[in-house]
Design a protein around this ligand. Structure first.
Ligand SMILES: Cc1ncc(COP(=O)(O)O)c(C=O)c1O
Length: 329
């Protein structure tokens, strides 16, 4: 799916300043553009009409993951996760967003020169755009196992959202859609189920909720961990992390994807075969509702996941003074 281009007047955080998107540009020789040497994140915010507030979902966890994983590319992201959350909330306020949003933090190697060697020139940006459904999954998705294999940790670690690694996801998604599916499922080189092109995968089989472990070359998804918490705390179902064989996908009761963009998306068809009864399963449906309520601030026990943008936050003046200690921006 494609999203609309944001307005050039919208405000973004770029090189330690709030600037219009039209001014946030890079040189054609930028290292990350040529070699894929960036690390990005994806965070959602949900606007709730009843509470008149926009809730960023687990932004501190996303920023901690961004900071940690960027070190794989020897990029030191300036500022604490908390300060990055404050900048993000401020971006939403400056853009007067009163809709669901998607936040795209990006850290990248910014030298404008030819040559693969890494250097110390890093740059950082945070962009926020209005955002709706990523995949229309109300009636369930069709998924297909693709011929592309998930990149191995020994090639490009998939636990980090490394820009260049997403060629793997783009190829998989393209193959899946051309074959009539909505989303791809990757196998690892050893033949185990890894994840979707842009999301993690869960299966319900023999009364257990099962998902592949981090060692099967998945991104350690934050929605995955939210769904595990919800299943453990709110549902009477045993949870198991273990490798999954491809043929189990054909004989299981339920399958669903999780991810910041896809949210909780039930799968009703796998490789042109019905999943279970061929309609949305009860576990996926319950988790989808729980996740929706939790991320809109309607489940009291999960309010700590949310960062409210408009209520009880810092004023513009305070954030104006917020300068991240950056040595290489
Ligand atoms: C390859 C891949 N797997 C899984 C996920 C889900 O991760 P999260 O729930 O942290 O968004 C994403 C989305 O970012 C992804 O790109």
């Amino acid at each position: 799916m494609r999203t609309e281009a944001p307005s050039p007047d919208s405000i973004v955080w770029f090189q330690n300043k709030f600037v219009p998107l039209a001014e946030a540009n890079v040189n054609i020789l930028t290292h990350a553009l040529n070699y894929g040497t960036g690390v990005f994140e994806g965070i959602r915010g949900y606007y709730d009409d009843h509470q008149n507030d926009l809730f960023l979902v687990r932004p501190q966890d996303h920023y901690q993951r961004w900071k940690r994983n960027a070190t794989i590319l020897r990029i030191e992201i300036p500022g604490t996760a908390r300060e990055l959350c404050e900048i993000t909330a401020e971006l939403c306020r400056r853009n007067r967003f009163r809709s669901h949003v998607y936040v795209r933090p990006l850290a990248y190697k910014s030298s404008a020169r030819i040559g693969v060697a890494m250097d110390q020139n890093d740059a950082f940006a945070v962009t926020v755009v209005p955002f709706g459904d990523y995949l229309e999954s109300t009636h369930g998705l069709k998924a297909g196992v693709v011929s592309w294999r998930r990149i191995e940790d020994t090639a490009i670690p998939s636990r980090a959202k490394i820009c260049g690694a997403y060629v793997n996801s783009v190829l998989a998604g393209d193959e899946a859609r051309r074959a009539g599916h909505d989303e791809a499922i990757f196998l690892t080189e050893s033949g185990h189920v890894a994840e979707g092109a842009t999301c993690n995968l869960f299966m319900v089989r023999n009364g257990q909720l099962v998902t592949p472990p981090a060692t099967d070359n998945i991104l350690e998804g934050i929605t995955r961990s939210s769904v595990i918490d919800l299943a453990r705390n709110e549902m009477n179902i045993e949870f198991v992390e273990r490798s999954i064989n491809r043929s189990e996908l054909y004989v299981c009761d339920e399958l669903f994807f999780t991810g910041t963009a896809v949210e909780v998306a039930p799968i009703v068809q796998i490789d042109h075969r019905p999943v279970g009864t061929g309609s949305i399963g009860q576990v996926a449906d319950t988790l989808r509702t729980l996740y929706k309520d939790a991320t809109r601030g309607r489940l009291f026990g999960y309010r700590h996941w949310l960062w409210p943008v408009y209520v009880g936050n810092r004023s513009e003046a305070v954030v104006d003074e917020l300068e991240l200690a950056t040595s290489h921006a």
